[in-house]
Write a protein that binds this ligand. Structure first.
Ligand code: DGY
Length: 325
């Protein structure tokens, strides 16, 4: 019998590919770039499964192009705002994501950004490399204390919890806000639930850990920046559009906040040009989950989901459970 066919829209770590190749005929985008729209539409045709990335726009046209044989789109990422879930559910195509395995890596990167901004690491590194370090100077590269300060967590799901857990080592007071109370974060970390306004006005550091939804789009805009402390730092490792990027530029220019650490951008891979020249901003290219271990585990989750679905079993991490009923 002919092997079932799986398409992978961009190269991922080998282990997941090898696992899929044990079971299926696997084709991978050979280019080191995101597939163009026409290529995506062409490549998904006749596949039994597609392993796609968060950069692939999986809308009804792509799902339609995949055809009736296609049982699953396994998204390589925990966020799945790139997929039209309603359209997939209507076509009874299973959508899976990769929760759990990237909590530590993402929380670690959020901390890396928080510390890099607070201690002005990128500017100080550049200064030192450029040979500008002439003498110890009491006023050189003054940053912001972290220990003992107040952390404001927006979204207290798995990643937010993980991020807050590490704040305990810095003796921080933890405030959080979100759709609902989370008794685990309150009991285990002593976090206090507050409304958005209180969080923004009291936090020294604000870190975003919410999915991208209509209700979280531009969750932080002009009004919110005006409520924040002038000494505060904002960190975003969630999704770019959660922050209104033009409002962020304005807030940084007007000194409404002290700095920003960004992994994600409103119109990725575009970045508001003014951010590129700001000394109080640290920017990285959407790498929160980019460790070998984490990216391998994300691939393995996606691959196992495909194997299970194509053998008639339920996947481990389905985001449109209705299809399984
Ligand atoms: C995700 O998983 O949604 C990230 O943005 C990429 O790891």
């Amino acid at each position: 019998m002919d092997k079932k066919k799986v398409y992978i829209t961009r190269r991922i770590p080998d282990e997941a590919i090898e696992l899929l190749e044990e079971h299926f005929h696997v084709e991978i985008n050979p280019q080191d770039r995101v597939l163009l729209r026409e290529e995506l539409l062409e490549k998904v045709k006749g596949m039994d499964a597609v392993l796609c990335l968060i950069t692939d726009n999986i809308d009804s046209e792509v799902l339609e192009a995949a055809g009736t044989k296609c049982k699953i789109f396994a998204n390589y990422g925990v966020g799945y705002n790139n997929i039209d879930i309603v359209a997939a559910t209507e076509r009874r195509i299973i959508i899976t994501n990769t929760p759990g395995v990237l909590d530590d890596a993402t929380a670690d990167l959020a901390w890396t950004l928080l510390m890099a901004v607070s201690r002005r690491i990128v500017a100080a590194d550049k200064f030192t490399r450029n040979g500008a370090f002439q003498s110890w100077d009491p006023m050189m590269f003054l940053g912001r204390d972290i220990t003992g300060k107040t952390l404001g967590l927006i979204g207290a799901g798995r990643i937010g919890f993980n991020f807050a857990k590490k704040a305990k080592a810095f003796d921080m007071k933890i405030l959080y806000t979100g759709l609902r109370h989370n008794s685990k974060i309150e009991n285990e970390l002593g976090a206090i639930y507050v409304d958005k306004e209180t969080l923004l006005s009291e936090a020294d550091f604000v870190s975003l850990h919410v999915p991208l939804l209509p209700s979280t789009t531009h969750y932080i805009s002009d009004l919110e920046f005006s409520m924040m402390k002038k000494t505060s730092v904002i960190v975003n490792t969630s999704r770019g559009p959660v922050i209104d990027e033009k409002a962020l530029v304005k807030a940084l220019k007007q000194g409404e906040i002290w700095g920003a650490g960004l992994d994600v951008y409103e119109n990725e891979p575009e970045i508001e040009p003014e951010l590129l020249n700001m000394y109080n901003v640290v920017i990285v290219p959407h790498i929160a989950s980019a460790t070998m271990e984490t990216r391998t585990n994300m691939g393995l989750i996606a691959a196992r989901n495909i194997i299970k679905v194509l053998s008639g079993e339920k996947p481990d991490t389905c985001v449109n459970m209705q299809v399984l009923k």
